[in-house]
Design a binder for this molecule. Structure first.
Ligand code: SF4
Length: 335
């Protein structure tokens, strides 16, 4: 079975071994961030709908659990190809994930743009960990970095975050992602420092791009700037490596020699499966060959073979920094 909505476990510097759930199915978001690893936002909206139903997602999650009982997880993480709080069946999905994995904390990634809605705050309150992002408190920078949908106001996001913190007993890991020449300014640092001092995040993770973003103008900041923001946004700001949410699926499809009932060699079948898993991973975000191998638990040979096949089929391309990206054709096929 190739999972469509359940991916991982991925190795994440923020959440450890994390099983990802995609609540959107395609790029639907209230932001169109310059740095987004998923690519440009296709549907820019604030409208909450069951973009993926709780029924289909939980069925896939249940099947995953059956097939992978022995894989230790640190978190089950609601996120995916856009903003997960846009899914109006978030409460059912959260509840179902907790029912299926009662001993594993359930985390939600969010851009915080819907936190001005008391219903969304109430729904998110059921999660064990919430990871909101807040890249800039300077209005002009916020608009350039996050490219929000019209009508989304920074001030309302800030108020929503504070309201949420005041009522929520779980853990909040705030993320600040820095883009060179845009939100790495002193003005932003000072505003974030004042905010973080009063906010009460359990952790502040300052990160930068580790992969190509949605738009070429998104470039990582250098280590000095990263460290300066980390030092000042403490004491909650831990010194962490740039976020390395290495997407992928933890199955290790090692080739076994043999023949299945249809007469296809198992080696051939498993190569196809590996190729599809590599493509599924690249549809989520660009990665280097090494990042793919680590994320998917593949050996170098299997990764290279899958990439060669995908390049030949025109489903991926390699950029000048040796990142592999899914092509438009592959995205259209994936729907
Ligand atoms: S980075 Fe997150 S908030 Fe920004 S466009 Fe991508 S999915 Fe949306």
């Amino acid at each position: 079975m190739i999972e469509r909505l359940v991916f991982g476990p991925v190795t994440s510097s923020r959440l450890g071994r994390s099983l990802g759930l995609d609540l959107l199915g395609r790029k639907i978001c209230s932001f169109d961030c310059l740095y987004c690893e998923v690519g440009p936002t296709r549907v820019l909206t604030r409208e909450r709908r069951p973009y993926v139903t709780a029924k289909e997602l939980l069925a896939e999650l249940g099947a995953w659990k059956e097939a992978n009982r022995d894989l230790g997880l640190d978190h089950v993480t609601l996120g995916g190809s856009g903003e997960p709080t846009l899914n109006s069946e978030l409460p059912e999905i959260l509840q179902g994930a907790k029912r299926l994995f009662p001993s594993i904390p359930v985390a939600v990634l969010t851009n915080a743009s819907l936190l001005d809605d008391p219903r969304v705050r109430d729904e998110l309150g059921k999660a064990d960990v919430v990871l909101p992002s807040l890249d800039s408190l300077v209005e002009s920078e916020f608009k350039v970095v996050n490219r929000p949908r019209q009508g989304i106001e920074l001030q309302r996001i800030v108020e929503g975050l504070k309201e949420f913190r005041s009522a929520y007993a779980g853990r909040i890991y705030l993320e600040v992602l820095l883009v060179a020449g845009i939100n790495d300014t002193d003005a932003n640092l000072q505003a974030l420092e004042a905010f973080c001092q009063g906010f009460g995040a359990d952790r502040v993770d300052v990160t930068t791009l580790s992969r190509p973003g949605a738009y070429p103008s998104a470039l990582p900041v250098d280590k000095n700037i990263l460290n300066r923001f980390r030092e000042i946004l403490g004491p909650g700001a831990k010194s962490m490596a740039p976020v390395a949410i290495s997407d992928g699926i933890g199955h290790n499809y090692q080739a076994r020699v043999g023949t299945n009932t249809e007469g296809k060699t198992l080696v051939g079948v498993e190569r196809e499966e590996t190729t599809q898993r590599v493509l599924a991973s690249l549809l989520r975000r660009p990665q280097t060959e090494l990042q793919l191998a680590e994320a998917l638990g593949l050996d170098a040979e299997a990764t290279a073979a899958a990439l060669t096949a995908l390049l030949a089929a025109g489903e991926v391309r390699r950029d000048e920094r040796d990142f592999y990206l899914a092509t438009g054709g592959a995205r259209r096929k994936a729907g």
